[in-house]
Structure formats: C-alpha cells, structure tokens
Design a protein around this ligand. Sequence first.
Ligand code: HEM
Ligand code: HEM
Length: 384
Amino acid sequence: MPGNTLHSYGKIARSLHWLTALIILANIALGLVAVRLPMDALDAKVGLFSVHKTLGIAAFTVALIRIAWALIQPRPVPVHPERRIETFLAESVHWVLYAALVLVPLSGWIEHAATEGFAPILWPLGQGLPLVPKSPQLAETMASVHGIFAWLLIGAIAMHVAGALKHAVIDRDGVLARMLRGSPAGDAPARRHRAPALAAVAVFAAGAALAVAPRVEQTQTAAPLAQAASGWRVIQGDLGFSILQMGTEVEGGFSDWTAAIDFDADTGTGRVEVTINMDSVRIGTVTDQAKGAEFFDVAQHPVAVFKADIRPEGDGHVAQGTLTLKGHEVPVTLPFSLRITDGVATMTGEASLDRRDWNIGQGYDNESSVGFPVRLEVGLTARS
Ligand code: HEM
Ligand code: HEM
C-alpha cells in the first residue's frame, strides 16, 4: 500500500525513510572527513566539501518531501504505549531527527552563502541565498551552529539505531519490520502527546545557545607594534589586499602596522618604512590558514617590512623599494596619489604583486584554489 495506516508505514513513507537514511549517513561521513582533511590536501578537501554541500541540498529536498508526506498521512501509533519512558524517548528522538533534517542542511547552506570563495555547490543555480549577506562573522556562527546541530543529529541517529536494534534483537517485536517491510504492528488507540516535540525543541534551543555563546576572541600571539618615529604621523590608515580564492575575490587586511614617513612636500620626495605585524592579518574565514607555514608563516616571520624611496611621477608619486615578507626581499613599486591640505596628507595607492615571489602558498602551484596575483591597497591620512 502506498499510504500509511495507523499501524503500518506505506511504501512511500518507507522509501523516503530509507532514502533519507542513506543520504544522511553518507553526508555525515563526508562532512566529518572533509573537515578533518589537512589544508595541504586542499584540492581533495574542496572536492569533498563540494560533494558534501550538493548531497546536503539533495538531503534537504528529500526531507521537505518526506515531511510534507508525513503531514498528510496518518502516523502509525507507538507499538508499546504502556512503556511510557521508552515511548517518550523514541518519539522525542523522531522529532529531533525530523527537525535536524531541516536545520542541519539549512545552517550549512547559510554558512556557505555567507562565505566568500570556498568549495562551490555543484549546480548552476548560484551560490548565494536571498537575505544572507556575505559576512565572515555570520559564516563563523553558522559553522558552529551547523557543527553542533550535525552532532545532535549524529547522537539522535545513534539512539534511534540502538532502539531499532533493541526491538529487533531483544524485544523481537514488529517495530523494525514495520519500517522494513511495511507489516502492521501496534494496536493501541492513537493518543498523541506534545512532550516529545517540546523535548526536541529544547534540545535544539540548547544547541543553538551553545553555538552563539560568546567565544573567547582569539588572542594575538605577537605584541602590538610600537608606533614608529615619523616626520608624518599616520592618523588613520588601511592596509588591505585581495586575492582570488576559487575564482571569487576575497578581501583581507592588516590591523596592526606602523609607518615612518619622511616626505618633503616641496620636492615631492622622501622615504617611507612600513612595518607590518603579520599576526594581525584577517582574511575571510581562512585567517588561521593564512597565518600557517604554507602562507605567511607568521610564527617564523612575525613582521614584514616595506622600505621605499618616494618620488613624483606623472600626476602622482611612486614609492619604489623592497618588501621583505616571509624572509624574501623583493622589489616593489607602489604608485600612489597624494593630496595635501593644511598639513594633512591623504594618499591612496595600489599595486599588483605575485604571491610566488615571496614563496607564499608554495604548495598551490596552479590557480585553481588560490590565484597568483594579490592586489595591495593602501590608504592613509597623515599629519606633518
Ligand atoms: C540506518 C539505520 C536506521 C534504522 C535501522 C531505522 C529504523 C527505523 C524504524 C524501525 C522506524 C519505525 C519506528 C516505529 O515504527 O515506531 C523508524 C522511524 C523513523 N526514522 Fe529511522 N532508521 C534508521 C535511520 C534513520 C535516519 C538516518 C533517520 C533520519 C536522519 C531516520 C529517521 C526516522 C524518523 C523521523 C522516523 C519516524 C517516522 C514517523 O513515525 O514519522 N531514521 N526508523
Ligand atoms: C543533511 C545534510 C548535512 C549533514 C548531515 C551535514 C553534516 C556535517 C558534518 C557531520 C560536518 C562536520 C562537523 C564537524 O566535525 O565539526 C559538516 C561540516 C560542514 N558542512 Fe555539512 N552537513 C549537511 C549539509 C550541508 C550543506 C547543505 C552545506 C552547505 C551548502 C554544508 C556545509 C558544511 C560546511 C561548510 C562544513 C564545515 C563547517 C566548518 O566550517 O567547520 N553541509 N557537515
């Protein structure tokens, strides 16, 4: 029979149950492996995540169909309503499973939509979601929501499968056969309680609270830089860069740097020395990877230094010198525009660098995951 009765699951409910079980178990395995693969196996990691996300959306679709079907069908009654605690537990776990079937993929999807440039969903329907802004903070929160909810799902499945096995092996009753073969079991009248559904709501509320609880901010390991002695004092400045990650532009920057500037406004010449605290780097959701040995290697090379001579050129100026980063000193020319009014100088400049010149991301020798060019953007206001 395709539909359920009060004592049996029909073909459609059973097919949807086992299809869900298959996809969910496969996707849990994929998620657990993908998260744990090291960054130096980046191509495999990205590939697994793409499959995980795509299969996760398939699971979400099947779950919605399954829930819609369950809503319009009779729900088979508990087989042993007289065992009140056991029935309460079994039904609570069913509610947790139903809720997880929606909340786990949805939280993963929102995390993905809030992230810039990571493993894409393998479909032509776009990578973003309406109403979800690109935001590293949101992505980070949703990553912990998704992780905690996924573990709630794993715990619920463990209890669910243990219960099903207990019925088959110890009780030897018809509970597993009801889902496997559709044979009827249970003859109690249908009486529904609200407590199991409320228990599931409580479980997810606790999980969500844990995920959004304020975490201790990652502390910087390096001490902040002392302000450099300078003819021009920097009042405000931005040191940013952008790079292509999986074909999407991702922006980053440094929050701690200091500049010593000698500049003669009459001749338009001078010298600049910028020291950057590499531990202050921030880039999308991959800040920790950026600090690692493969990229900036902050532990071995905590500061970078740009030393340059300034001279006028064309309508603007250039700072020509060297950037010492990760132990490599490489010539860099930074053209910039400058405006000085009432002793306040405002400059903005841009240069395109190649990360390979500093041996950054040496394991990524093609551009499929991390592009070679890095656009450097500097803007500052200084007072003489
Ligand atoms: C792979 C091992 C699994 C086994 C052996 C199993 C077995 C069963 C059995 C025997 C029932 C019927 C319980 C009853 O008649 O009272 C059931 C129901 C259910 N299963 Fe599973 N299951 C498995 C995996 C899963 C997974 C992975 C999920 C979802 C993530 C899931 C979700 C559900 C839900 C929501 C129900 C309740 C259906 C309803 O009455 O509305 N199961 N399962
Ligand atoms: C029902 C479907 C899904 C299940 C069962 C599932 C399960 C998991 C699991 C078990 C993990 C590892 C958690 C950990 O060990 O910390 C994980 C991670 C992840 N999943 Fe899913 N997932 C599902 C759907 C999705 C979807 C639809 C997306 C995105 C479109 C997604 C994106 C992610 C991401 C980005 C991570 C890494 C989280 C991080 O940044 O730490 N997942 N998932």
